[in-house]
Each structure stands twice: as C-alpha cells, then as structure tokens.
Design a protein around this ligand. Structure first.
Ligand code: XIL
Length: 465
C-alpha cells in the first residue's frame, strides 16, 4: 500500500511534468558565432600558456562578462588593486571591486594577477601629500604589502610587486620610494610580499622593456643581482604597450635572456595602438603585431602568461591616455573580434578554417520543485557544430544556491554558477546532446537563468593544424 508521502511525491511529479510540458521553464542561448573556434584560454593551455586580460570589476556582467569568462584564464584588475583604489583614506579600505574580480575569477577557473603593490602612480593623496621619514615610509609600505597580499593569500597567485622602477636610460626612476628608501625598496618589497604569501609568484613589471635596450638591460641586471642576493623574485613582466608596426625585433631574444636567468616571463599589458580612425590596412598590421608578440611568447617555454590590457576597445586606457590613438585591443567596442583576435588564436595554434555555421546551445530546465528545493537540468545540444569540452555559465536571479551536481563539476560564487564537463561527457557531437543535473535551494521565486556556453572546442578547431 502507498504511503501518503509517496502519494504526495507522485502528485508533485505530475504537476512538474505538466509545467514542463507547457515549456514554461526553458531557456536557451546560442553560442556567438565567433566562439565556434576554441577560446583563447584553451588554445593557450594547449601551448602551456595562460591567456589573460585586464578587467574592470563593475563591467563583469553581460557580454563583457561572458567574453572575460570564456576566453581568458587569468584576470588582472586594471585599477582595483592599486593603493589609491584600496586605501583612499589612510586606514579605511575599499576592497569591493578587487573582491568582485577575485570572486569572478574563482567562479570561472581563472587565476588572478595582482596589480600592483609598489608604484609611483595612482597612490592615495594622503600618502603622496604626506611628509614621511624613511622609517615611516618603510613601515607604510610593509604594512600595505602585508595587508593586501595577506587578504588575497591563496587567491591571487601572482603579484606585480614593483611596477615601473626604471627610467628610459636604465637609471632608477625618482619616486616616493626610491627617493625615500633607495634602490633597496625593491628588495624589501619582494621580501615582504614573500612573507605575506609564500606561494605567490612575485614579479617586477615595466614598459619599454620588450626589446633589448638600456632599460631592459637595467631590469635584467637588477633581476640577476636580486637572484644572486637570494631576494625572492619569480618573474619579469613586460607590459608591451606597443605602437602599430613597432614590435621590437629583439622581443623573443629578450624574453629568452630573462628566462635564462631562471625567472618566468609574462607579457602583462599587451595592446597595440594606432592613429585613429582605424582602417582595414591598420587592422591587418595590428593583427600581424599581435601575432608576432604571441609567437615570441609561445617560442619560449618560460613565457608563461600573455595578458592583454583590456580585451575590448570600449575598455581600453589608450584613447584617454594617448589622444588621437585607439582601437588597441583584440575586440572592437561592440565586442566583435577583430583580425587581432584571430591572429592571437592562430599564433596559439588555433584553427585557420572558417568556423562552422552551426551552433551549440544550452537549455536550462527546472525538472522538479518543492517548498525549498528544486532539481535542475541543463542540456547542451549541437547542430552543425561540435564540442570536445564545455562549460555552462549562468547567473541566478533570485538567490538560488546549488547544493549538489551530477555529470558536471559546478562551482557557485555569489549568484554566478559555472559547470564544467565531467571527464566522460565533454564531447557533444554534431547532432547530439549531453546533459547534467543539479539540486538547489530557492525561496520566493525560482526564475530560469540564461545559460551561456564557454570553453567550447569546435570540430573545425579540433581538426585544424
Ligand atoms: C592604467 C589603467 O588602465 C587606467 O584605467 C588608469 O587610468 C591608468 O592606469 N601601466 C600599468 C597600468 O602598469 O597599471 C596602467 O593602467 C597602464 C600602464
């Protein structure tokens, strides 16, 4: 004889089936056509590299968030971790944007490059306007590094500890730090950062050090002497804010000589600016420039990370900093990939074939729901395209929380959910589908989110050379 509980369950199941039949709980979104090729982060991973972008925390939603999450495996806060951002008033901290970027990165399986701890620019007014003894300056800097690195210990895996220490001729730049503490402010900062998070990789970062020259040689000599002295230094960041057609011919050689010192190298802030307006010839030259930089990094094993300083022309520092110049990033201001995007993909070994015209879509359905819980199902279907791995991303709109998932690995950070294929169901053939399920909690309302697909590898991309 049926217990009353199973009778209730049966009635609920019937109710849910009815709701589903009405199609009320379905949402689907097609992969944008340009994402049919493998995302840059997957192409980079296949070469042993990390592909990064600088981001603005407040923009990490919608298309900007989708691209940032799907295409990149590393995020650098463009401004959010600078001293002036995190401690605008002495002793009063604002971590909101930095925290948001870190949470987004965790939800999307990305690492974070912390930028930057010691710099002459974008410091808070109270710091630059104060008059400090060397001992006070030293204490301020030590506390700043300890506080910020300590806060993100285990979450920020790489720090640009010191930014832009050199003049063009290779002498030390006169700054608050150099003038007050001497050149050893660099060694002190690195040592304090190591103490605050022994696992984080510590970098010195500068611009106009991409090719062999007076400035890069000064950086080279500094890194060599720091290593000789046993000061912790793990890597060198070459910013690479480049001008159209001016990739230094000695870029790869320069990367190699730093690698030969026993440190990692990262291209940390790549952009290629051009005199506006852009035209097809300039965009083609820009593509060649991006390709040359990417290829130089690919050619050196210890070049571990290639980061663009903003991925879209709508989020670039160039236009306001270099009047008359712009269009410096791989996506235009409307998020359409430019020739530079394709050039990076190709230099990372991506397909040169035309992407298939078909698409893969993800459909989200609530398959059953009870007073505080629900079961959801996401089905990924391909037609005219295929996937060899996938990641389904969505944002819950009403505080829902995933408690358990099967046939996928799901992480949730705030309202952002990201589910990656299990080892056995990454492949979605053309004309086929795979699904995964999860249990969650809800209260008040359980609206259906739009699901976007990332980390998708198309059949065309897989067969390309
Ligand atoms: C830039 C930001 O992108 C801008 O938004 C800000 O107004 C100025 O700083 N080198 C660096 C970066 O190390 O921190 C700079 O970022 C660009 C140059």
């Amino acid at each position: 004889m049926k217990t009353s509980r199973s009778a209730v369950r049966a009635r609920l199941a019937a109710l849910c089936a009815g709701l589903l039949a009405a199609g009320a709980l379905l949402a689907a979104q097609a992969l944008p056509a340009h994402a049919a090729d493998a995302p840059l982060r997957d192409l980079a991973a296949a070469k042993g590299k990390v592909m990064g972008t600088a981001v603005t925390g407040s923009k990490l939603t919608g298309t900007y968030g989708d691209i940032a999450g799907a295409q990149f495996s590393s995020l650098t806060p463009g401004n959010a971790m600078k001293w002036g951002s995190v401690e605008p008033t002495q002793g009063s901290f604002d971590w909101a944007e930095a925290d948001r970027i870190v949470a987004f990165a965790q939800a999307h399986g990305q690492l974070v490059r912390g930028h930057t701890l010691v710099w002459h620019s974008q410091n808070p007014g109270w710091l630059t306007n104060g008059s400090w003894t060397p001992a006070q300056l030293s204490t301020l800097l030590q506390n700043h590094i300890g506080t910020e690195v300590g806060r993100y210990k285990g979450k920020v895996s790489v720090w640009d500890v010191v930014n832009e220490p050199f003049n063009e001729d290779g002498t030390y730049r006169s700054t608050l730090w150099y003038d007050g503490l001497g050149a050893d402010y660099i060694a002190s900062a690195l040592t304090w950062a190591r103490a605050a998070d022994p696992a984080a990789k510590l970098y010195i970062n500068d611009y106009n050090v991409e090719g062999v020259g007076a400035k890069s040689t000064a950086l080279y000599n500094l890194v060599r002497s720091l290593k000789d002295r046993g000061v912790p230094i793990d890597g060198v960041g070459l910013q690479a804010h480049l001008i159209l057609g001016q990739v230094p011919g000695t870029l790869q050689q320069n990367i190699q000589r730093f690698a030969d010192l026993g440190v990692d190298v990262a291209i940390t802030e790549l952009d290629v600016r051009m005199a506006l307006p852009a035209d097809s010839a300039k965009l083609a030259q820009q593509a060649a420039d991006y390709k040359a930089v990417t290829a130089a990094c690919v050619a050196v094993a210890r070049c571990v990370n290639l980061t663009v300083w903003g991925f879209t022309d709508s989020d670039s520092w160039v236009d306001s900093t270099f009047p008359g110049y712009g269009a410096a990033t791989p996506y235009d201001a409307s998020y359409a990939p430019k020739p530079a995007y394709t050039a990076i993909a190709q230099a990372l070994g991506g397909g040169t074939t035309t992407p298939p015209t078909g698409a893969c879509t993800a459909a989200y359905a609530v398959t059953s729901q009870w007073n505080t819980g629900f079961t959801g199902q996401v089905t990924i279907t391909c037609s005219g395209a295929a996937l060899s791995s996938w990641r389904a991303n969505w944002t819950f709109g009403a505080g829902q929380q995933i408690t358990q998932a099967w046939n996928a690995t799901c992480t949730q950070s705030g309202s952002a959910v990201s589910c990656a294929n299990a080892s056995y169901n990454g492949t979605v053939p053309d004309g086929g589908s795979v699904g995964f399920g999860f249990n969650g909690t809800w209260s008040g309302a359980n609206p259906v989110p739009a699901v976007t697909l990332g980390q998708a590898v198309s059949a065309a991309a897989r067969t390309a050379p």
